[in-house]
Design a protein. Structure first.
Length: 403
């Protein structure tokens, strides 16, 4: 291993020197301010920056690059290609780091993004082809249990689907949109059972919709009435069930819903969540509903979401299939079958590729080190003081930071 000290008036200049001599895979051992010596002592009255870096290659990055070009026949493409992997490996790692940061910028939880990158690293050949990266991410998501699914409706099947979730996420709107889509197909008979007696106007809203579409709507208040409503509509092809919103302060209602919905073990339970909500919060809410044995997910309010990473976080972590995406108020056009391609495209083509350009070299180095730790064991260490002051980290700690 070759170790060398680099000095400059600014951190950025010192890091440029390191990169020029050791290449993009150099390891930063330490960054600190020191008293100037030699030429700096007479020119500068303030401290300078000292960067200690290391590389596993005994030759310089400049020499190594020239060697690769020679093996390729001085760039004419007639060489044997040996050495190409040296450059490609470093470039691949940098590109994967960029995709990792793009996922974070879209709200994907850090550990989820890291795991996707781990798997992505083995499923793509050319990181410069975004279409290949897109296919690789989708393949990775599918491999880890995140998939899309269609609601199977058949004549005479009497399928029963309950919409569950927190207050205000758009359960009733999603139900109305789905009911409209089914009715407009002119293939299936639909009925609606309303269990939401908590929200003001919920019953009136559904009954007005039912009258407009010619759909029977049943308001029920307890287990007995629910059983009667199910029996009454046993001839329908599909029965859609609206439920009251449940949150942390009303989690006692989960037991009531479990008791009522437990009347029929064949009820298909879909958890509805809003795209603008953070993935970690959605997973906490989803955990409240765990005893109800959720079968799938519906995502609403995509048009209001600045980030869509919560969808990947929730789908990837829960292993539950995605059924529908809902965005906008248009009925029924705003309800569409869920698409992983749509979400991955938004992450890759959202204009956030240049997000790293706004970071200081110190912060960039810190993030890259954290990225590497996540890839290694999924449990990165934090080197922060009580106030979260990142600058002091580089003066007090010896970090193996890649630039």
């Amino acid at each position: 291993m070759q170790i060398k000290r680099f000095e400059a008036s600014e951190v950025q200049e010192a890091l440029r020197q390191v990169k020029k001599e050791f290449g993009p895979d150099a390891v930063i051992i330490s960054i600190k301010e020191v008293e100037p010596e030699g030429i700096f002592k007479s020119l500068l009255k303030r401290k300078i920056v000292e960067v200690v870096a290391a590389t596993e290659n005994t030759s310089s990055y400049y020499d190594k690059t020239n060697s690769v070009l020679k093996e390729k026949g001085n760039g004419n493409g007639k060489g044997n290609g040996k050495g190409n992997g040296l450059v490609f490996q470093g470039k691949t790692k940098r590109e994967l780091f960029t995709y990792f940061e793009m996922m974070l910028a879209e709200g994907v939880e850090e550990t989820v993004a890291a795991q996707i990158i781990k798997d992505l690293n083995f499923s793509i050949v050319n990181v410069n082809l975004e279409e290949e990266v897109k296919r690789g991410i989708i393949k990775t998501l599918n491999y880890n249990g995140m998939a899309t699914k269609k609601l199977n409706i058949q004549k005479g099947a009497n399928k029963r689907v309950a919409f569950l979730g927190a207050t205000g996420v758009g359960k009733t709107s999603a139900l109305v949109k789905l009911a409209t889509v089914i009715c407009m197909s002119n293939k299936y008979d639909v009925a609606i059972i309303n269990l939401d007696n908590q929200r003001i106007g919920a019953s009136a809203q559904l009954n007005a919709f039912g009258n407009l579409m010619g759909i029977s709507v049943e308001d029920v208040h307890d287990k007995r009435e629910f059983k009667q409503a199910l029996a009454k509509h046993k001839d329908k092809d599909i029965v859609l069930i609206d439920t009251p919103g449940v949150g942390y302060k009303t989690k006692f209602m989960i037991d009531e819903l479990e008791d009522i919905l437990g009347t029929d073990t064949k009820i298909h339970k879909l958890f509805v969540f809003s795209a603008p909500i953070k993935g970690s919060e959605v997973l906490s809410l989803l955990d409240l509903f765990s005893k109800l044995e959720i079968n799938g997910l519906i995502v609403t309010k995509l048009d209001e979401a600045l980030q869509v990473g919560s969808i990947i976080t929730v789908g990837y972590s829960s292993k539950l299939p995605l059924y529908y995406f809902s965005e906008g108020q248009e009925v029924p056009g705003s309800l569409k079958p869920a698409s992983l391609s749509l979400i991955v495209e938004r992450i890759l083509y959202n204009g956030k590729r240049e997000i790293l350009a706004s970071l200081s070299p110190e912060e960039l180095a810190f993030r890259r080190k954290r990225f590497e730790l996540l890839l290694e064991d999924g449990n990165p260490l934090f080197w922060m003081d009580d106030e979260g002051n990142q600058e002091e980290v580089f003066e007090e700690k010896s970090l193996n930071l890649r630039i």
